[in-house]
Design a protein around this ligand. Structure first.
Ligand code: 5IU
Length: 458
């Protein structure tokens, strides 16, 4: 068996790499993929570990690679570099793909001389970005880098280009296409799905929608009135921007709305975070909504049994059903929650996905939420989510976790930029801190509005 196949077999046997076309994996970025890779498990299997270390050494010997030191990329490349350096009785260093945030900022740990030649050892190449950053770090430290060896590569288009630009030879012990072949041999993957799986690395962003689009549903004869109004407002104002007004006093919210009201189609509220709520606030907000032509979405995320949510929706201090144009709900409790929230004036938005790290909304859950929406399409007009996996004109997709630039916050929020959010099929972007924390929220809202509308209508 070829080395590439042998290593692919190791990866499949240890489940370091899994392939699944029927139920693709969801990455933290929201990208759906038929391949999931976590090579870190390999170090726990002594025999396989030995086989992989030997394969690394074979590559070094077969290619007559010249080197003085073995450099592991932190953290996953380090054990492999250690096994190799130990076997070859050579010095080892490791290199971070980013400098430490504070204090000593050594990129390269271990001893070396300027002009030393290093072979860089890595466990996985996805785009190659972090490996190349590490290689550049070594070069900046005066180390010569001509070769990098990794266990596995996704064989993305970008990868080759990046390595060529840096003039580094990339050697890999196995790769995506060999793994797919091996997976077919081992009946982990059907032959007919193999080609579809292999298309993934060509265009990861759009792969899922290409292969999993549910059938497109024709324009319905009647639509929910709230949905019709929302679509009308969007067209009139050329805006698919929803601002999340997560401020805690009525004055701050009303001031913000004065500034951004013209730019939005929808204002999202969290009524229960307001410290000085009074019914007059609602009157003022509704007046502004009328003047500035936007709708109000109370992000209440109902999640209880029908009887309880009915009270939470209609009664209590906030009487949400009297003023919101739409509210949202989790489908976790089952259809009873939608029964409890049925209302001819206030439309429902269901959570199909969330933007927060580690959330438990699996692809299967998403599908169930969509099925429930279709069953209750008189009342449900859309989803909160990141990917348009259901194309049905009765529903709009609204995406939170959007900023001008990608990033995260300290509490698990994961931001997409405006363009990627819309490319994933969203109809409305929801922006909170990106706008209300800006120095000039009005001007900032206008930026988001223009960019989102332009991208949406491309
Ligand atoms: N929100 C999310 N992610 C979700 C859901 C709701 O961020 O998955 I469901 C809400 C939380 C907040 C707003 O009110 O959207 C995003 O605010 P920032 O843009 O400030 O992160």
């Amino acid at each position: 068996m070829s080395r590439q196949k042998k290593i692919a077999e190791y990866l499949l046997d240890t489940k370091a790499v899994k392939l699944n076309f029927d139920e693709p994996f969801t990455y933290a970025s929201g990208i759906r993929s038929p391949i999931y890779c976590d090579n870190r498990v390999l170090i726990s299997h002594p025999k396989i570990r030995k086989g992989i270390a030997k394969a690394f050494i074979d590559v070094i010997k077969e290619n007559n690679l010249e080197f003085d030191i073995i450099a592991g990329v932190a953290t996953s490349g380090i054990p492999w570099a250690a096994f190799i350096a130990e076997e070859l009785e050579k010095p080892m260093v490791y290199v971070r793909s980013k400098a430490k945030g504070h204090g000593m900022t050594n990129l390269v740990e271990g001893e070396f001389k300027e002009g030393d030649k290093a072979i860089v050892i890595e466990d996985l190449i996805s785009t190659g970005g972090s490996s190349l950053t590490a290689a550049k770090g070594l070069k900046e430290a005066g180390i010569i880098v001509n070769d990098l060896i990794a266990i596995f590569t996704y064989q993305m288009k970008k990868t080759e280009e990046g390595f060529n630009n840096e003039k580094i030879n990339l050697h890999t012990l196995s790769d995506f296409s060999t793994l797919a072949e091996k997976a077919v041999e081992k009946n982990y993957l059907s032959a007919e799905n193999k080609d579809k799986v292999l298309e993934w690395n060509q265009d990861p962003q759009n792969w899922y929608s290409k292969h999993y689009q549910t059938e497109e549903i024709k324009e319905p004869e009647t639509k929910n009135k709230v949905l019709l109004k929302l679509q009308k407002v969007m067209k009139e104002k050329k805006s698919n921007l929803c601002v999340a007004a997560d401020l805690t006093t009525t004055k701050e919210i009303l001031d913000l709305v004065e500034e951004i009201g013209d730019k939005i189609c929808l204002l999202k509220t969290h009524i229960d975070i307001i410290e000085d709520f009074t019914p007059e606030f609602i009157t003022k907000l509704q007046k502004l909504a009328k003047e500035k032509n936007f709708m109000i979405f109370e992000d209440r995320k109902f999640a209880d049994i029908g009887n309880t949510v009915k009270h939470q929706f209609e009664n209590g201090i906030y009487h949400i059903a009297d003023w919101a144009d739409m509210v949202n709900a989790h489908v976790l409790p089952g259809p009873g929650i939608l029964e409890g929230l049925k209302n001819d004036k206030v439309a429902l938005i269901l959570l199909q996905e969330m933007s927060s790290k580690g959330n438990l909304l699996t692809p299967d859950y998403t599908k169930k939420a969509q099925e429930m929406a279709q069953e209750y399409s008189n009342y449900v007009i859309g989803f909160i989510g990141l990917n348009k996996t259901l194309k049905d004109p009765r529903f709009m997709l609204m995406t939170p976790g959007v900023k001008l630039e990608k990033g995260t916050d300290k509490l698990g929020q994961q931001y997409n930029d405006v363009e990627s959010a819309i490319k994933k099929g969203t109809d409305i972007i929801i922006v909170g801190r990106g706008i209300y924390q800006a120095e000039d929220p009005g001007a900032e809202a206008q930026k988001y509005q223009e960019l989102a509308w332009k991208t949406y209508n491309k």
